[in-house]
Write a protein that binds this ligand. Structure first.
Ligand code: ZN
Ligand code: ZN
Ligand code: FE
Length: 761
């Protein structure tokens, strides 16, 4: 007879790990115990050779599907005679921590029970088990036990308690477990008055949606707003009440069969749609179908997701009178953060919606819906939030505790501990007080639940970013080192860490294309070709600097950017160019004097602005209502069959743009359609990337290339560049666990700061 003590680390709590251990111990005729600790799971097993080996094999090969095992430590201990196998109560250890599971979509077993009339949770909108349901959004503290979640105010009824206590039950220690008798309840509110409760609330909400009404719904991570995706009048009302003119709405359907009626899908996309993370997946439209324009104006794609929670399933359950597809957009007014606290939601959303479907299970942490695309059959994240956060990025090196505060737009923060980078949920655009507040609360919450006290803080170079100001204030208060990282260097470090490269990896060639980031020379960078790693970089090539009229505020007016770029290259503002016609005489006079006298026209090498300028120049869009709109429309009109390429030459460290503008203007005068001009421009940028890569290879020998920055959300550009580089023998790293936009920036900041602290060069 022998015995082993086993310590397991990773996501092993709230995912059915102890029931799994219990079952394996019984099957292998072992005695001993298992318990949760604040560091993971501890196991003692006593029995014969075959039993012990069988147990360890199962632990390593078939752990519960939602668990993520990072480390298993097995030690020999003396054999003791135990009466049986026991699940002991949890133990807290000072300073230790475990990763916390993200929220998970309703599992197949719970779905079946939800729609089984003989099940005691038939049509109960909060059904869940150890394999599914809310996690991160309801956790207030660790270890993950019911009293430390927002379920603490719902005492279990006798039947739920039996399931909760039974190691062989699917609901053993499922902290959010509940039923009609003991759990949260639904309510439908109109003007603050409750008009229906429980199942009636769902049925009434469905009826309202079918009639074209707009209904707010309390989802897992916050409130959403729903309406019939086919009802043009409802869509128009929603757009005007929400003050959201063009940004696409997300859609939700009951199952993938329905989704496939409306968009193209491949296996990888279906897989992500049906995953337990449940993101919105951006999918190409079918040629023969469109929703009313108001769903996603001027896009070639629709963003679809499957029902997240049992409540969503009940709302979308197919019926002849019910719309098959609902808009499911964020519960907010245009750029505000989404509402997640009830009082706030009632106040803000009653102006936008006709009714509010709410319940009394509080959301502790707001998490937006995540957004994904598929690139090369792999996930390519646009927004990493619900379903992913707070899952850590696993690192190659064990690193000191560092907090990185992230960017101004699409903010996330990142906290390092051991070999984990805990990247936060999507915080959002740091331009209003509520967002800043949730940023500060989020940081506090992460430091607490992961037991990490930062010893230094990393931030962007930009002194006016709210995140930088927070870092400056906090480091001076707590006497901590402040490490400021150049924006595009952080992007480079981010794509390297995202691809599991260690901190001291040899320099790679980074094609860092994005909107804006402050450069070390105080100009606005954004079309950057860097050679470097987490420890440092050289700025090898960059877009020729152009004046940006109006600075950051000027980003909303691509037509003015286009004219400024022409002016800088001594190209005339010819009256028959579409972009020149889009501005009135006064505008042009004012713009001209701003440029002549260098008034509020900071210089920029931004790639995002170049895309905006080209879109405006050929008359696609003169003004934008959301970031990236002009560039998206430029991409969408592209004629993929055209094989023309504009020449964009390198001169020294500069990427010279005058020839590009001359070629485009020439094509405009030759009546070449915008679809072909767009294609030639995209191909020109891809070709530029290849010629730069070849130069760098000849001079420095580097064949490894990293792509990062928001411009790489342009899938046509990404496809063209990636295939050009790889077919020329280069290896290309793209993002896979964190977004290529500023949502992934804090990961890179933390890596660069760690390299600095560790003295890596
Ligand atoms: Zn379940
Ligand atoms: Zn119950
Ligand atoms: Fe950026």
């Amino acid at each position: 007879m022998i015995a082993r003590k086993i310590a397991v680390k990773g996501i092993v709590q709230g995912v059915g790990f102890r029931p799994f251990v219990y079952t394996q111990a019984i099957q292998n005729k072992l005695t001993g115990w298992v318990r949760n600790t604040s560091a993971g799971v501890e196991i003692e097993i006593h029995g014969d050779d075959t039993g012990i080996n069988g147990f360890i094999r199962a632990l390593q090969n078939t752990p519960p599907p939602l668990s993520v095992v990072d480390h298993v430590q097995i030690d020999e201990i003396p054999f003791v005679k135990y009466p049986g196998f026991e699940i002991k109560s949890s133990k807290t250890e000072d300073g230790s921590f475990i990763p916390i599971s993200p929220d998970m979509v309703t599992c197949a077993d719970c779905q079946k029970e939800l729609f089984s009339p003989d099940n005691r949770r038939f049509r109960y909108p909060f059904i869940n088990c150890t394999n599914c349901g809310p996690r991160f959004t309801i956790i207030k503290d660790i270890p993950y036990d019911r009293p430390k979640t927002t379920m603490s105010t719902f005492p279990l009824c006798k039947e739920c308690n039996e399931e909760y206590e039974n190691p062989l039950d699917r609901r053993f220690h499922a902290q959010p477990v509940a039923c009609q008798q003991c759990g949260p309840t639904l309510e439908l509110l109109i003007n603050g008055e409750s008009i229906a409760a429980a199942d009636d609330a769902v049925l009434t909400a469905r009826k309202m949606l079918a009639e074209g009404k707009i209904v707010a719904i309390k989802g897992l991570g916050g409130y959403q707003i729903a309406c019939d995706a086919m009802n043009q009048a409802s869509l128009q009302t929603l757009r005007s009440r929400k003050h959201r003119s063009d940004k696409p709405f997300a859609l939700m359907a009951f199952n993938t069969d329905i989704i496939q009626k409306y968009v193209q899908t491949n296996d990888a996309e279906l897989h992500v749609l049906s995953s337990s993370q449940n993101p919105i997946v951006i999918l190409n439209r079918l040629a023969n179908f469109t929703f009313p324009d108001e769903v996603a104006p001027s896009q070639n794609t629709y963003g679809f997701m499957l029902p997240t929670s049992p409540l969503h399933l009940l709302l979308l359950e197919p019926a002849p009178e019910m719309p098959e597809v609902l808009v499911m957009t964020s519960g907010n007014m245009s750029d505000e953060p989404i509402a997640y606290q009830d009082e706030d939601a009632f106040q803000r959303l009653s102006k936008i919606t006709d009714a509010i479907l709410t319940h009394n299970r509080p959301i502790h942490t707001r998490t937006d819906d995540s957004v994904q695309r598929i690139f090369n059959e792999k996930p390519y994240l646009i927004r990493r939030s619900r379903g992913y956060a707070p899952n850590p990025i696993r690192l190659q090196d064990e690193l000191p505790p560092i907090l990185a505060t992230g960017a101004e737009l699409k903010n996330t923060f990142c906290l390092l501990k051991d070999k984990y980078a805990f990247l936060s949920h999507h915080i959002g655009d740091m331009e209003n007080y509520e967002t800043l507040l949730s940023f500060e609360q989020g940081i506090k919450h992460f430091e607490n639940i992961f037991r990490a006290q930062p010893e230094s803080i990393a931030a962007d170079l930009h002194p006016d970013y709210m995140a930088t100001r927070y870092a400056v204030a906090r480091t001076s208060q707590e006497s901590l080192p402040l490490i400021q990282i150049q924006h595009h260097h952080a992007h480079l470090a981010s794509v390297m860490a995202d691809n599991h490269l260690p901190l001291n990896h040899e320099p790679i060639f980074g094609l860092i294309f994005d909107g804006t980031g402050l450069g070390t020379d105080r100009t606005i960078w954004g079309g950057e070709m860097l050679l470097g790693n987490a420890a440092g970089y050289q700025r090898l090539f960059h877009l020729q600097e152009m004046p940006l009229p109006g600075g950051d505020a000027g980003i909303k007016k691509p037509s003015r950017i286009a004219l400024a770029y022409l002016w800088q290259n001594q190209l005339e503002w010819l009256e028959d160019l579409p972009v020149v016609q889009s501005l009135c005489a006064d505008d042009k006079t004012m713009l001209n004097s701003m440029l002549q006298n260098q008034i509020n026209t900071p210089l920029t090498s931004s790639m995002g602005r170049l895309f905006d300028a080209v879109a405006a120049l050929i008359g696609i869009r003169a003004e934008v209502t959301y970031e990236g709109q002009a560039a998206i429309e430029l991409e969408n009109c592209m004629d993929h069959a055209d094989s023309g390429v504009y020449d964009i030459p390198l001169d020294g460290t500069q990427i010279v743009l005058k020839p590009l503008f001359e070629q485009i203007i020439g094509d405009i005068y030759n009546n070449i359609p915008v679809s072909k001009i767009s294609a030639r421009f995209h191909r020109g940028i891809a070709e530029l990337c290849l010629s730069a890569a070849e130069k760098v290879h000849a001079q420095y020998g580097s064949k490894l290339i990293g792509l990062s920055g928001g411009v790489w959300q342009n899938m046509s550009l990404l496809n063209l560049t990636y295939s050009k580089l790889t077919s020329a023998g280069f290896s290309c790293l793209v993002h896979q666990q964190v977004p290529t936009n500023d949502g992934g920036l804090s990961l890179g900041q933390s890596m660069a700061a760690a390299a600095f602290i560790k003295g890596i060069r």
